[in-house]
Design a protein around this ligand. Sequence first.
Ligand SMILES: [Zn+2]
Length: 578
Amino acid sequence: MSSVEQIKERLNIEEVVGSYLKLERAGNNLKARCPFHNEKTPSFFVSPERGSYYCFGCGAKGDIFTFVQEFEGIDFLGALKILAEKAGVTLENFSPKSNDTKERLYKLLENATFFLQKTLDSEEIPLSYLKKRGLTDETIKNWKIGYVRDEWRSISDYLKTKSFTDEEIERAGITKTEGKNTYDRFRGRVMFPISDSAGRVIAYSGRILHDDGQSAKYLNSPQTELFDKSKTLYGYDKAKQSIRKFDFSILVEGQMDLLMAHQAGFTNAVASSGTALTIEHLKLLQRISNRIIMSFDSDNAGAKAAERGWALALSAGMDVKIAEIPKGYDPADLILKDKEQFKNVIKNSISLIDFLLNRAEGETTDKKKLWEIIKNKILPYIYLLDSNTERSRYVKKISDLIKIKEDFIWDDLKKVKLDEEFQNKNETTENKAIEKEINDDTLKKGSVERSLASIIVKKENSKIDTSKIRGNIKDIFGEKKYLQFEEEIKNKISELTFEAEGYYDKLDDNLLSKEAEYLILSLREDYFKKELEKLLSSLKEAEKDKATEIIGSISIRLKEIMQKISEIKKEKNNFYKR
Ligand SMILES: [Zn+2]
């Protein structure tokens, strides 16, 4: 039995998805708020029976493997690794093709990380540096921290002894080539491995050991096939369980902040590690918990970047709190000095808008100036809030604070102009839904055609003959459109099965056939109505051209169709009275 089959046998979708989301019973299925698009009411359904899921909102669908892939933002092998651990299946027999380049790169970085750890073990100075910053032996080991000597090719030379090629070493982001020279990017640095959400090393962040005043203090791996910095958060692989457990995440900036936070028990912390926060980063967190505490150093040089991150999180609909680190400290220093003090900072974190209002109040006591600050700097954030109740709460607060009418504030709130990137909130998911709608030629959501398709699928799943229904539909559609209809049923089989369960679960087969008959009447009526419309417009044209012969034949057909429509109407009226 293959690893995939073993995993599928040992894990059911209910426990896998249930370990990420809170599931509620819904008949034979389970439902939850969809982790892949922003929504308030659940439209994400899981079928334990079929081992699949489907979202009516955004169309996400699949099995345990695709779920973990999408949720964790990793590839199939990464999902396999996570699920194998959960199932207690060893992947020893799973040997990917030796020429699988990505798999080779993972191996390469595993080797490099081992080498860097070994080097650190034998070096006094970097080790004492880490200890001085407060890291314990256990943390150093758990986070696989290493060191690279200040030499041109120490990592690459080691990797060559492990039979990795020059090309592979460069592709993994270890070396770079300038002219004819190829050399290691990282030299004389303490090395922090960055992992993907399955815990595989994909990159490094290296901190210089002896500051020469020229080299960057921190250096990150470049973008590679494995590493996309806009989608990777430092510590995410280790933090995700705790984020789920505590139902909030803590965002800090640097590696040291993160390591110290974890060491002090804040295991739900992640770090942006020197890259600008992106919506992808936030989505990783939001899928697990909508609540985020962002730490903020008050003497932060990158305040602008921090503020951009706040707006981004609000625009994603997250519940954002700010934890303000006392002046002169960063989280790492503060924890080193006094763990309790950091704990209080987190405990006393306040919602972003309150934080901004407090800060503005600290800047001036002049009400007029204060209103200017609020109008220009705070209203845009209030505008980004997800709920109107929240918005009203702050409008009232501001009105009390500067003694102006709420209406006045609402007027300015309506005039807020946002930077382009925050403009259409959640635009991407909505667009996806719209795009999908357009592609649905025959089986539009909520259409008669779609209901009929669900009934066909339901009957077929119970092995009941559907040739009569199909015959009727073919009769109405004609050959070409009918084939398209069948094709679409095949493509949408899983979602139609879910729909059939949702709408027709309580109907026995007799009632189901009756429902189908009624729908076919409606379908026929729709088609006659469409034809009627066309005829009426041709009639107008013909009248303009005074084409008497054509007018005559159109009129005959019109009469026929009107007759048919009225017959169908009558039949529909009496249908459920029979
Ligand atoms: Zn969805």
